[in-house]
Write a protein that binds this ligand. Structure first.
Ligand code: TIU
Length: 223
């Protein structure tokens, strides 16, 4: 066990039973012309966290613990994309439409890939998820239980959508969840702040949050 200085109180990290979950660091969310941009967002904000995500990812890999990457990705026939999701609002491009990075949020298309600097290594688990949450309609829970994982450390985008949904799903399934505050971001800074505050409130009602500087020494074996 290693004590991580976190909000609202210390997180006791047990690396042998922990996994790092990197949510949706895909070109479709962080590069122009993808899904995030089609919703009217300034995607450049999210690019700023990439070096921090990489630093924590490298340290986690170095510590030899389990890494899981997720992608918001639909089948090419969109059979796993409910019309209620695809037809929501008036985006410039809908899920499945052809954009500058291929079909939006469709598995196998360039925009759906994780940004190259954060690309999964051979052997790392990649979960394609049709929802915002990483547990809905995926094998993630079974995979984690099979490996006796009880704690999840989250990074990725966006804080109040796929990261928050995944943390809430995980919390209800009995996992202790820690969010790396500077390893996640939103198109809306106020939403990021509020989402983290809500999850940490009421005695870590959903989970904990800590900066990467609090986590990295534990991974790198520093005091
Ligand atoms: N729109 C937005 O903020 N996010 C998403 O649609 N998906 C994820 O957060 N991955």
């Amino acid at each position: 066990m290693t004590r991580i200085d976190a909000r609202p109180f210390a997180f006791e990290l047990d690396l042998a039973h922990a996994a790092l979950v990197v949510i949706d660091m895909q070109r479709d969310f962080v590069e122009p012309g993808g899904f995030g941009a089609s919703l009217g967002n300034d995607v450049t904000r999210l690019q700023a966290i990439v070096p921090t995500v990489r630093r924590v990812l490298d340290a986690w890999r170095g510590a030899g613990a389990l890494v899981v990457h997720t992608r918001e990705a639909h089948r090419p026939d969109l059979s796993d994309c409910p019309p209620a999701k695809r037809m929501r609002g008036q985006p410039a491009l809908r899920i499945g439409d052809v954009g500058p990075m291929g079909r939006v949020l469709v598995a196998g298309e360039p925009g759906c890939e994780i940004v190259p600097v954060l690309a999964p290594l051979p052997g790392e688990t990649v979960i394609d998820k049709p929802g915002k949450g990483a547990f809905h309609a995926t094998a993630l829970d079974a995979l984690l239980r099979g490996r006796e994982v009880r704690q999840l450390v989250f990074m990725g985008v966006t804080t109040e959508v796929c990261v928050q949904t995944s943390m809430r799903e995980a919390n209800d399934r009995g996992y202790e969840c820690l969010l790396v505050e500077d390893g996640t971001d939103s198109y809306f800074p106020d939403f990021k702040r509020a989402a983290i505050d809500m999850m940490c409130a009421q005695g870590a009602i959903v989970g904990w949050a800590a900066p990467s500087t609090a986590l990295l020494p534990a991974l790198e074996g520093r005091p």
